[in-house]
Design a protein around this ligand. Structure first.
Ligand code: GLY
Length: 557
């Protein structure tokens, strides 16, 4: 299955062979993998628009970055069409199976059974990615779906060289993957970790993508494929039915918007918490001049804004199709002013003063993001996920599709932590057909002269990463700077500032501790931000890919 071969040449040929015009316009693409960025340009060369390119990049990432997203997962595509200013969020988030129920991950004493919502078939929700791709292509693209899926199908058939990031993630999930022969056959080399730069071919996934290309959503949600998926999932302890697959629908949502010091922010609406938490934190911070405060106070204020916004995430956010969310209030600037009035520049507010005590947060890095913009301003910010690296670790034999473990993003028990240490309440409780709350934050930032498109993977830390990048944009910096901003994070519970090594100076660590903060260094650098920028005045484009990852940002010219 995996043959050792070094293929830098293949990568470069595929990539640099591409032209860069869509409808005669220049385009910038930043994604987590060079082949995914190349797939976007390939489709632009064929006459596709940025939305066709987004289908191609999404599908390619499903093949060349199977750690982060895929047909077995879901995600959000934030779109802007320049000619009429139309904006929408395609919510392709997974849904709980119809047989799901509140107590499905609890033991007889009502306690959460560790890992049951993270590993194996019972952790998998009904995928939204295939339906999202079909919808994006048919409603907004110019080319047939089959054209936009062609690069992904080719990558799955002919293979690509695996990188170090992939191997790192595989190592984390190898013991889980070993339990599932169909998954191990694809990703392990006779049960062992493959060598770096081995070629990974995925013929079953190529077949599944081809069925999607030929039959649209029926190629995944009906017929033979649906039979195979339901049978395979249930044999492994899952609870899917054919009705789950037949009835899955994406939703189009009005993106959430806000303003921060002359910048318009447009981002993901629920079922993701991303946009609301981001805008709420920025609203709190809008009462300060962060450029004029000293660094310790600046980081303290940002932390306190994160604490309060993530606290509201816990209280109020979930699937808007199931619960009433006070969106207007959470995005209201006067509401933020009220939260700001509880904020002291000299002192941290312990999270327990806001709500109950929770312990520590495990590491988490997963998901993927890409950003596209053309010189007219048409754009896509997409964050896609199967949740933890390699999702649930479970593949139904013959499909090549890694199933997600997004069920863990529900709150299995109010007050209990999920895999990211996030606590949730009843708003995010499990219910049949409900979407689990996400932190994905595909975002546009716009001023009179500039449009930025950005986002990142990283579980609960996604929102704080986008917040720090937005503040860097507000300082006047460009994409190269936003993606490299040293990161720190607070998510209300656990009550700790987690920071990348080197992100805080010794003086800042001491100063923040003196204000009452607890601090913890993250085990690894985190995130993989992908960002593009249009300067409206001269239509120049720029793009950047996070150096923490192995992505590629290109401006076609
Ligand atoms: N699975 C990560 C998120 O949606 O936030």
């Amino acid at each position: 299955m995996l043959k050792k071969r070094y293929t830098a040449i293949i990568l470069m040929t595929v990539f640099w062979g591409s032209q860069a015009y869509a409808d005669g316009h220049k385009v910038a693409i930043a994604s987590a993998h060079p082949l995914a960025t190349a797939a976007g340009f390939e489709i632009l060369d064929k006459g596709g628009n940025v939305f066709d390119a987004a289908v191609a990049v999404s599908a390619a990432l499903a093949v060349v970055e199977p750690t982060g997203s895929g047909l077995g997962g879901g995600g959000y595509w934030l779109l802007h069409r320049e000619k009429d200013g139309f904006e929408t969020l395609i919510d392709g988030r997974e849904k709980a199976p119809l047989a799901a129920h509140k107590a499905m991950y609890l033991d007889k004493d009502g306690q959460v059974i560790p890992k049951l919502s993270l590993d194996g078939a019972l952790a998998a929700a009904i995928p939204g990615m295939p339906a999202g791709l079909v919808h994006l292509s048919e409603k907004y693209g110019k080319l047939p779906l089959a054209d936009s899926l062609a690069p992904a199908i080719r990558y799955a058939q002919t293979g690509y060289a695996i990188g170090n990031r992939y191997l790192k993630m595989l190592k984390v999930r190898a013991e889980l993957i070993k339990q599932y022969p169909a998954t191990a056959d694809i990703f392990l080399d006779n049960g062992k970790l493959p060598q770096p730069y081995s070629i990974l071919r995925q013929p079953d996934l190529a077949h599944t993508l081809t069925q999607l290309a030929k039959s649209g959503r029926d190629g995944f949600y009906s017929g033979c494929m649906a039979d195979k998926l339901v049978k395979g999932v249930n044999k492994a302890g899952g609870i899917w039915t054919k009705e789950d697959l037949e009835s899955y629908q994406i939703a189009e949502r009005k993106p959430v918007t806000g303003h921060y010091k002359g910048i318009k922010i447009t981002s993901a609406a629920p079922s993701s918490s991303g946009g609301i938490v981001l805008i709420e934190a920025l609203n709190i911070l809008s009462g300060y001049d962060l450029q004029k405060t000293d660094e310790i106070t600046r980081k303290h204020l940002i932390t306190e804004a994160m604490r309060r916004a993530y606290h509201d995430r816990t209280l109020y956010l979930g699937d808007a199709d199931f619960i009433d969310i006070p969106v207007k209030r959470l995005l209201n600037e006067d509401y933020a002013a009220g939260l700001r009035s509880s904020l002291r520049p000299d002192k941290a507010l312990p999270s327990e003063m806001l709500s109950g005590e929770i312990e520590q947060q495990p590491e988490g890095t997963n998901t993927t993001h890409f950003s596209i913009i053309d010189e007219e301003g048409n754009r896509v910010a997409a964050t896609l996920s199967i949740n933890f690296p390699f999702g649930s670790g479970f593949v139904v034999a013959g499909t090549g599709v890694v199933l997600n473990d997004e069920m863990d993003d529900f709150s299995s028990l109010p007050g209990a932590m999920n895999g990211y240490g996030l606590v949730g309440g009843v708003a995010n409780a499990i219910a049949p057909g409900k979407r689990m709350l996400s932190s994905m934050t595909p975002t546009f930032l716009e001023t009179d002269t500039q449009v930025a498109v950005l986002g990142t993977p990283g579980g609960s830390r996604i929102i704080s990463m986008v917040l720090l990048a937005a503040l860097d944009f507000a300082k006047g910096n460009g994409p190269e700077s936003w993606v490299q901003v040293p990161r720190f994070h607070h998510q209300f519970m656990p009550d700790v500032i987690e920071y990348e090594k080197g992100a805080l100076s010794d003086a800042e660590i001491t100063g923040l501790a003196a204000k009452g903060h607890q601090l913890k260094v993250a085990r690894y650098p985190y995130g993989d931000m992908q960002a593009v920028l249009l300067n409206k005045a001269n239509k120049s484009l720029s793009a950047a890919s996070d150096k923490r990852g192995e992505g590629r940002a290109v401006v076609g010219h």
